[in-house]
Write a protein of this length. Structure first.
Length: 282
């Protein structure tokens, strides 16, 4: 059943960035009650002015998350926003009894496995995790060229080469972004995140790095969709990367108009393709 009526509620498990804020506003526009469990050191304090109920939790407080949703009658939830992955090893997270009870069943802490496992635990508690774009399908990146400048021949070659390699990286559940120059991978995303990957790749690519972000094969739309926005372009401009390649329909673009304007000003090309239409599109 779609979340579009005032008698429904939606739970949001909020990480960092603007995505949770946008979801809250979209839900409120539909008259839907919003209950937010916000991750400390990640989520934006501005959520307090948008949620009907806001509870701050630390990484690992799974029991508190579940009890908050159950107390408020939440049966549908969305995972949204970034989590600073190095915080997992910082010692600042607080696993509770519920989390510790399931930890032996978790095979690894890679994104896809961990989030699928979490969704399964929530489902057992009567809370179904929904597609992250349920309320904001317009955030999905459309196919085609987004900027005035077209890809150069060199960038098209690197885009085709890197797109396939980025898919393999996603298949291993390591990351969703790589930087390529002259058919050589100069940076691979791991736990440090996209911006640091771009900085490293830009330095090694010496002004000719092509940044490629794609979804994992058989991407689960409930979580962890790769995204780009104005900050991505600013980082690319500072690092000397020349083009951004996104997977159409499987990546999110925030503040798209501003992002494209910044890219045009910096001479950065942005293009989006589906895997099936990659060669034809290039």
């Amino acid at each position: 059943m779609p979340i579009d009526s005032p008698d429904q509620k939606i739970g949001i498990i909020a990480g960092g960035g603007q995505f949770p804020l946008l979801l809250c506003r979209a839900a409120k526009d539909r008259g839907v009650c919003v209950v937010v469990t916000a991750l400390e050191e990640n989520a934006d304090p501005a959520l307090s002015g948008l949620a009907d109920e806001l509870v701050w939790i630390r990484m690992g407080q799974l029991g508190r998350l579940i009890s908050t949703f159950k107390r408020n009658g939440v049966e549908k939830a969305i995972l949204a926003g970034t989590v600073t992955k190095p915080s997992i090893f910082s010692g600042r997270w607080r696993p509770d009894r519920k989390f510790l009870s399931i930890l032996p069943k978790v095979k690894n802490l890679h994104d896809d496995h961990l989030l699928r496992f979490l969704a399964g635990v929530l489902a057992e508690e009567g809370i179904q995790v929904q597609d992250s774009t349920l309320l904001l399908p317009e955030l999905k990146t459309p196919p085609g060229r987004l900027t005035r400048r077209r890809l150069t021949k060199r960038e098209r070659v690197d885009a085709s080469y890197g797109f396939k390699l980025a898919k393999e990286l996603g298949r291993l559940d390591i990351g969703q972004c790589i930087v390529v120059r002259s058919r050589a991978v100069v940076a691979v995303e791991a736990m440090e995140g996209t911006d640091e990957t771009i900085r490293r790749g830009g330095a090694l690519g010496r002004g000719r790095g092509v940044v490629i972000k794609v979804a994992k094969p058989h991407q689960d739309l409930r979580f962890d969709l790769p995204s780009a926005g104005p900050t991505t372009i600013r980082t690319m401009a500072q690092s000397g990367c020349s083009a951004l390649i996104l997977e159409a329909g499987q990546t999110l673009t925030f503040d798209r108009e501003e992002m494209v304007d910044l890219a045009d000003e910096a001479g950065i090309a942005i293009a989006a393709f589906t895997e099936a239409g990659l060669e034809e599109g290039l």
